[in-house]
Design a protein around this ligand. Structure first.
Ligand code: GLP
Length: 269
């Protein structure tokens, strides 16, 4: 696993955006061979989305031949609800780039048959040729997408009940009222994420420090689902200094040293 420890959130976001743009361009995607990108919501990727929009507006990257699959969506929130992930993606990313509408995939938390919707979602990913790069964030309890502690390590897209911890963490978006946070969501599974050809996880801020410690310095464990990244062939964590507060000094020094060159240079576009 690669771990890139950036000095702050801005430099981390810039690096991640440039890396994604670089990967898209390197593939030279076309309608019959699109670049398939997995995407998260939450506050962690906002800086990356901002920078990708800026790169797009500067003519450095196009999303015309990019197909996206979002990680998750709440069950039962109307798509137009300001806290739905459909709305979030439109506002923070899709509404500002040249991606065709039909290339965007987000689980439908209002589908009449939710289990069928999950099955279809997996089929769509497969039909698209699998995910080239899955971008993600983690919850404070180390969850990936909505794969809460105890999730099956081989899980696929399914309905998950959210833990009280996650609902409390997300209540800040629902007028601080936990009762307004949906109690279930559709989420890609850990198996879905692990099947991606590359996985890039953004971890920033002190509140994620404990989760980063579990992901990096302790063993693979279903109670910290992000730790599954240790088993991925091409897993990258892009974090900031604050998030490393619970790591050993030696771990931080080691990764800063071996990634020095990558940290000092943005992927070239
Ligand atoms: C939710 C999402 C996750 C996200 C997490 C952290 O639980 N399902 O995909 O990583 O929140 O969100 P934030 O980036 O706002 O800390």
């Amino acid at each position: 696993m690669r771990i890139l420890i950036h000095k702050d959130y801005d430099s981390l976001s810039k690096w991640v955006a440039h890396y994604i743009a670089y990967k898209i361009k390197a593939r030279n995607p076309a309608p019959d061979k699109p670049f398939v990108l997995g995407l998260p919501t939450g506050s962690s990727p906002i800086g990356t989305y901002r920078e990708l929009i800026r790169l797009h507006q500067a003519g450095k990257v196009s999303f015309r031949n990019v197909v996206t699959f979002n990680m998750d969506e709440y069950v039962g929130l109307p798509e137009g609800h300001p806290e739905s992930y459909h709305y979030f993606m439109q506002e923070n990313f899709f509404g500002h780039i040249d991606i065709p509408k039909e290339n965007i995939n987000i689980p439908d938390g209002n589908a009449p048959d939710l289990e069928k919707e999950c099955e279809l979602y997996e089929e769509k990913i497969e039909k698209a040729g699998g995910i080239d790069l899955f971008l993600g964030g983690i919850g404070v309890d180390g969850h990936l997408a909505f794969n809460e502690p105890g999730s099956s390590m081989t899980s696929k897209t399914r309905i998950k009940t959210l833990t009280l911890d996650t609902r409390i963490a997300n209540a800040r978006f629902f007028y601080n009222d936990v009762s307004k946070v949906p109690s279930t969501a559709l989420t890609v599974g850990l198996g879905t994420i692990m099947s991606a050809r590359e996985v890039l996880i953004i971890i920033n801020g002190y509140k994620k420090a404990r989760a980063l410690h579990h992901m990096v310095e302790l063993g693979v464990n279903h109670m910290w689902t992000g730790s599954m990244l240790q088993l991925h062939r091409h897993g990258i964590i892009a974090c900031d200094d604050e998030a490393t507060m619970e790591l050993r000094v030696g771990t931080v020094k080691y990764f800063k040293d071996i990634e020095q060159q990558a940290l000092d240079n943005l992927p070239e576009l």
